[in-house]
Design a binder for this molecule. Structure first.
Ligand code: COA
Length: 159
């Protein structure tokens, strides 16, 4: 049976840490959907279309990885597209409590959808989208943390 997995996040913007998790998850499942959440409560710097366009361009050469935007509940999207797995990256022990809590809520809402955690590569354990945005906002060099597509997007949109 083919297994579809979802890798959800706000991806404001996608970092090399996210790409690392996505590519490793992509090898584990037949199909991986990177699900870009609208996340209005986070007041994203890049709007949903911009975040999805960046992710599409970054992932274009990976045929088994698709990009989909969503609002509402993640488990509703999972059920709509028949995904049985949610992938989340774990960077450090500090991620653990929150991630286990969310996995519990999602399992309660959709018992057939399993959450799988992938340990982030050591190089990226300190990295987050807000750190990238913060460095960018002060004019610092964040280019080693993101795909060049993200640098172009910051240059277009401003920091
Ligand atoms: N590399 C780099 N950064 C990583 C990372 C990795 N491997 N893994 C996580 N991060 C970062 C993210 O970029 C994010 O950074 P930021 O806060 O600086 O933007 C942070 O770690 C994790 O943020 P979090 O809020 O946990 O996740 P998210 O914003 O990426 O995604 C959703 C959260 C979208 C998955 C979740 O809110 C969701 O499912 N929303 C839909 C509604 C729903 O169903 N809720 C669940 C029931 S309560």
């Amino acid at each position: 049976m083919e297994v579809t997995a979802i890798y959800p996040g706000t991806f404001d913007p996608m970092t090399l840490g996210h790409i690392d998790v996505a590519l490793r998850a992509g090898k584990m499942f037949d199909r991986l959907i990177i699900a870009i959440a609208e996340s209005p409560n986070k007041k994203p710097h890049f709007d949903l279309d911009e975040r999805a366009a960046m992710a599409n361009e970054i992932m274009q050469e990976h045929a088994s990885i698709e990009i989909q935007s969503f609002d509402g509940l993640l488990v509703d999207l999972a059920q709509r597209i028949n995904a049985r797995v949610i992938v989340r990256g774990l960077r450090a022990i500090s991620d653990f409590d929150y991630e286990v809590q969310i996995a519990g809520v999602n399992r309660h809402l959709a018992p057939d959808v399993e959450t799988v955690f992938i340990a982030a590569s050591h190089d990226y354990t300190f990295l987050s989208s807000s750190i990238v945005r913060e460095i960018a906002s002060f004019g610092g060099d964040y280019s080693e943390f993101v795909h060049p597509v993200v640098v172009s997007a910051f240059n277009r949109k401003g920091r």
